[in-house]
Design a binder for this molecule. Structure first.
Ligand code: DGT
Ligand code: CA
Ligand code: CA
Ligand code: ZN
Length: 574
């Protein structure tokens, strides 16, 4: 069974959101938010714990522990149901918009009678929103941007959620009688940042046992279609999953077809047609005689088309067909190439795991270097101070003796101020082994100001990495308005690596931005930004995104040897 921590965390987060909408005290909201993060990052599965054991999870107090225990026991939380009942559904619908806070949502609902995102769009078109007290044309722009972000991710799951469903389904189908091959395909295999439906493919002579295993899964809430070649279900969490079963000899052609993308397949089909063939999910056939040419493996299919096998993250018709024909496909970076993590947190700031746990978890992963980069003081909520930072440095240096194979770096994640200034003067910064700099406030600056601000931070000689460069949160916060080429050029000029943040809610830079940044000759850092030991597993999403951006290991600084990385980190220091 999968961990239920994320499910419980989502429940606590909803409680925090509803509390905040209903005007609950800010500190109480934060307590629930913190507990949500603590449960998500807790190393053990919470589902077996009782109220007393739950209370032992740092960040979980007794009243929260009881709510979680009630949920695990009965499937519901009375206090949450009560809160849900008190808030009009219309207001809850509006707060789905990432740029609309609870207070303003309530105001729009009560003063304009708006109860849905569609109604809000109409009100915006009629310029009715700007009439409200505290609103203006700028708020309207923000609301429109927020609605765009929401619409783009509507009905699409984040990569981690889709992957965990896919892994459960493939594991179950593989166990069914007669299953020869089973894998997930579609946008998930291509590691797109969000996934519509999950496409699972299997091969067998007789599909019936596979389909039966699939619909019998405990995660299934509804069977949408049940056939011999295709069955579709919806899970309790609302995820649609398709299972297709093909004969074993058609496996390769089917996997190629259902991996997509559609645009890529149009190109491969076009090549087939020029050879006098047809390409379908059943194989490559002679167009005149219908005789099978090949179908057993994906490699066979691509080889007959005169192409090397193309890694799924590249299959978007973004030049991969041409590169394959010319023999210039990139050798993509893989998780095995990663030698270290350069952006991680501990419970000294907003992480949930203590320093020692993070370091030992990283060492168990076989990393050769690992940077601890807790937040700097200009983010007041984190309550950082010079003394706390220096004391942490002592602990890091002391821990080095316990993890001999892994070099520990003491760093920080700086806050790029509204004018591009940083938390500490250069003299203090020079004491860190590595500095990441990120935007954490003033997200709404106009493009010119935002660009100048970020460029200035990159120019600081101690800043080596620009953290989550656009600050977007998928489905929650739009990217900042910035001139990307100016930022990428500044990174290239100043020797600042662009982060590919691996958190599945961020994936920042995105694949499209990576492709654009590459043209400026910049380097990248694929980091986890881990806030718990569990988060260290997020690396694979960052790697998937890096692969979609065509990155090779040489372009990623945390695949480099420590000697080479150290030279890079010291490049611009006086
Ligand atoms: P999604 O589900 O929106 O995240 O994106 P995909 O790429 O998984 O798309 P989906 O589920 O509609 O179809 C899975 C794959 O099947 C798709 O990537 C390519 C293939 N496919 C589906 N429909 C067509 C089609 O009409 N023509 C071609 N050539 N391929 C198709
Ligand atoms: Ca799909
Ligand atoms: Ca599909
Ligand atoms: Zn950050």
């Amino acid at each position: 069974m999968p961990r239920r921590n994320d499910e419980v965390a989502a429940l606590l987060q909803e409680y925090a959101d509803l509390l905040s909408i209903s005007g609950g005290e800010a500190f109480k909201v934060r307590v629930y938010e913190k507990a949500a993060r603590a449960v998500a990052g807790h190393h053990a599965d919470v589902s077996g714990l009782d109220a007393e054991e739950l209370r032992a999870v740092p960040g979980v107090g007794s009243s929260i522990a009881e709510k979680v225990a009630e949920y695990l026991r009965t499937g519901r939380v009375t206090a949450l149901e009560r809160l849900r009942g008190r808030i009009p559904a219309g207001v809850r619908a509006l707060t789905e918009i990432p740029t609309l806070g609870p207070r303003k949502a309530m105001q729009i609902h009560t003063e304009l009678g708006v109860s849905s995102v569609d109604e809000l769009e109409q009100a915006l078109d009629r310029e009715r929103v700007r009439e409200l007290k505290g609103f203006g044309p700028r708020t309207e722009d923000n609301l429109r941007r927020g609605i765009d972000v929401l619409r783009q991710s509507e009905g699409r799951a984040h990569l981690d959620v889709a992957l965990s469903v896919a892994e459960e389904v493939t594991a179950a189908v593989r166990e069914a009688t007669g299953c020869v091959d089973c894998a997930y395909a579609g946008s998930l295999r291509r590691m797109r940042e969000t996934v519509g439906d999950v496409d699972v493919l299997a091969s067998a002579e007789d599909s019936a046992p596979l389909m039966a295993a699939f619909v019998g899964l405990p995660q299934v809430s509804e069977v949408l279609a049940h056939g011999t070649t295709r069955t579709s279900v919806r899970t309790h969490k609302g995820q649609q999953v398709d299972l297709r079963v093909v004969p074993p000899r058609a496996w390769g052609a089917a996997l190629q077809y259902f991996t997509g993308s559609k645009a890529h397949n149009i190109r491969t089909r076009g090549i087939a047609v020029r050879h006098g063939w047809k390409l379908s999910e059943y194989g490559l056939f002679d167009a005149d005689t219908d005789e099978l040419v090949v179908s057993r493996t994906e490699e066979d299919v691509y080889a007959r088309l005169g192409l090397p096998w193309i890694p799924p993250p590249l299959r978007e018709d973004r030049g991969e067909i041409e590169a394959a024909q010319e023999g210039t496909l990139p050798e993509l970076v893989t998780a095995d190439d990663i030698r270290g993590d350069l952006h991680t947190h501990t419970d000294l700031t907003d992480g949930v795991s203590p320093l020692e746990d993070m370091v030992h978890a990283a060492a168990r992963r076989g990393l050769s270097y690992y940077a601890v980069t807790d937040h700097a003081p200009d983010l007041p909520m984190q309550r950082m101070s010079d003394d706390k930072m220096l004391a942490q440095r002592e602990r890091v240096r002391a821990l080095q003796g316990e993890v001999r194979g892994m070099r520990l770096l003491h760093g920080t994640e700086l806050n790029i101020g509204p004018d591009g200034g940083l938390d500490w003067p250069d003299e203090f910064l020079s004491g860190f082994d590595v500095c990441v700099a990120s935007v954490h406030s003033h997200f709404d600056q106009p493009a010119e100001e935002m660009t100048r601000r970020i460029v200035r931070a990159c120019e600081n000689p101690y800043v080596s990495i620009l953290g989550h460069p656009t600050t977007r949160r998928i489905g929650r916060r739009p990217p900042v308005d910035v001139d990307p080429d100016a930022v990428f050029a500044a990174c290239a000029r100043t020797g600042t690596a662009l982060e590919v943040n691996s958190h599945p809610d961020r994936l920042d830079l995105s694949d499209a931005h990576i492709l654009r940044a590459r043209e400026h000759g910049v380097v990248f850092a694929v980091n986890t930004d881990a806030h718990s030991t569990v988060d260290l597993d997020n690396l694979r999403y960052g790697i998937g995104t890096a692969q979609r951006g065509w990155l090779s290991a040489d372009e990623v600084i945390n695949t480099w040897s420590w000697r080479r990385l150290r030279a890079f980190l010291h490049r611009s220091r006086p």
